[in-house]
Design a binder for this molecule. Structure first.
Ligand code: PA5
Length: 442
């Protein structure tokens, strides 16, 4: 399903880059499969594509149908791993203009992923008088951004439908037993879905966290899971032919040679949020203990007219991973113009996909000439099974990469620092000393 072309990175890699990491990769894969490495309690995603709760999966489909029937808008409340996966898949498989497209499925509005007043007011205005439901997603049930958004939307729902009918429009995805959201859901009678104990936020897109909003948008979640299951089977086979081992080894070798930034590049605008999901996955998993590649992303060819300059000519600490889809969903031919004022008749009759592909090929060579290794990942088309395959692939490589780097790929201690300061400045009880100290510095 997914092919990795390393030919445009070979000149930057030692000849034995894979063989020399064989033992470390064997160890890393073993840690992922047995849960015996750092953070091993959070490796439930490794077997998830075949080992998931079928009854809950059916409930997800049932809830999605109900929402499609009784709502014109689904409001999805969540942040980080409780947000990016659903948005990534909906934009990639449906459209990055999903809410603008004429369709039979509800609009999906994402809130609770920040604290902007204007963004929140705009979301409320966009929903307007339309019927809506809410999917509030928080594993901990205590994250400030979604908790604040949920207060607001719970109030709006109750004002519009009354408390009892509103409760039938609220779907809570959270821990199976713990947390404020679970308590509230049980008390108010919301339908609940589970974020499994052994799956962290950024690895949770194929749980109810991602699947409910994705199913509401009309995506075939059976095909998504089946693609992930195929990847799980393929990538569990150890050895140098394993495409996840190859990618993990190549990016680790590039890191050891001094590269510090991995840029994910795609020529499809609908891929943008997939890159946002990928950035969280890799940034939170690898960026710790003073180590890790900084994950960045660009949208080509648009960004060739902006960031292209830096990539071609700036600090040589970068490499690119290009995501390439063989087939676009539609077809468009370039017309002939009898006047040919723009001189483009040499392209007349050619497909736009052909032009996009030549842009990709030319850019890869230009960037390689500029000292930027290019790794190319090719998928047949943007369709649910291929996207499921790709999700699992990136998760699996991320786990391997964390262990190659000798970090815990499943914790995120660094995200606590801002939270403590924010709570202190907001006057949360228990943070009085820190508040005084911070205020004195500001
Ligand atoms: O990957 C992670 O763990 C984080 O991005 C969390 O998903 C994010 O902080 C949201 O946490 P929660 O789902 O507990 O609200």
């Amino acid at each position: 399903m997914l092919q990795l072309d390393l030919s445009n990175a070979r000149a930057f890699l030692p000849g034995n880059f894979l063989a020399s990491r064989q033992a470390a990769l064997t160890d890393a894969a073993d840690k992922l499969h047995t849960g015996s490495g750092a953070g091993g309690d959070f490796t439930g995603w490794v077997k998830l594509p075949t080992n998931y709760d079928r009854k809950e999966f059916d409930r997800i489909k049932g809830a999605a149908k109900k929402i499609q029937t009784d709502s014109q808008v689904l409001v999805v409340i969540g942040i980080g791993g409780s947000y990016l996966g659903a948005r990534a898949v909906i934009e990639l498989l449906c459209s990055n203009n999903y809410n603008l497209v004429k369709k039979s499925t509800p609009d999906v509005v994402f809130v609770g992923n920040g604290l902007s007043t204007d963004a929140m007011l705009e979301a409320i205005a966009l929903i307007g008088e339309r019927d809506f439901s809410v999917n509030v997603i928080s594993k901990s049930g205590t994250t400030t951004e979604p908790a604040v958004a949920f207060r607001i939307f719970k109030g709006l729902l109750e004002a519009k439908y009354g408390k009892r009918a509103a409760a039938k429009r609220i779907y809570a995805t959270t821990d199976k037993a713990r947390g404020a959201l679970k308590q509230l859901a049980d008390r108010e009678g919301y339908e609940t879905f589970v974020v499994p104990d052994d799956i962290g936020g950024r690895y949770s897109v194929l749980t109810a966290v991602g699947l409910l909003p994705i199913a509401v948008a009309g995506v075939d979640i059976d095909a998504l899971m089946s693609g992930a299951a195929q990847a799980m089977q393929a990538l569990a086979v150890p050895g140098e032919d394993n495409v996840a081992w190859q990618y993990a080894a190549a990016r680790h070798a590039l890191y050891e040679s001094g590269k510090r930034i991995e840029i994910q590049a795609c020529y499809e605008p609908r891929f943008r949020f997939f890159s946002e999901w990928w950035k969280q996955l890799y940034g939170e998993s690898e960026g710790k203990d003073g180590k890790g590649l900084f994950p960045a992303s660009v949208e080509f060819s648009a960004d060739l007219h902006s960031m292209g300059q830096y990539i071609q000519d700036g600090h040589r600490t970068l490499f690119e991973t290009v995501i390439r889809f063989e087939q676009p969903q539609g077809k468009l031919l370039i017309p002939t113009d009898p006047d040919n004022v723009d001189g483009l008749n040499f392209l007349a009759g050619k497909s736009l996909a052909f032009v996009n592909e030549q842009a990709l090929r030319g850019t890869v060579l230009a960037h390689v000439d500029g000292g930027v290794p290019n790794l190319i990942l090719t998928l047949p088309a943007i369709r649910p099974d291929a996207v499921g395959w790709m999700i699992y692939f990136f998760e699996y490589v991320c786990g391997l990469s964390g262990y190659l780097l000798q970090v815990n790929p499943f914790d995120q201690p660094g995200v606590e620092a801002y939270k403590k300061n924010m709570f202190a400045l907001l006057g949360k009880p228990g943070y009085e000393d820190r508040k005084a100290e911070l205020e004195s510095r500001l």
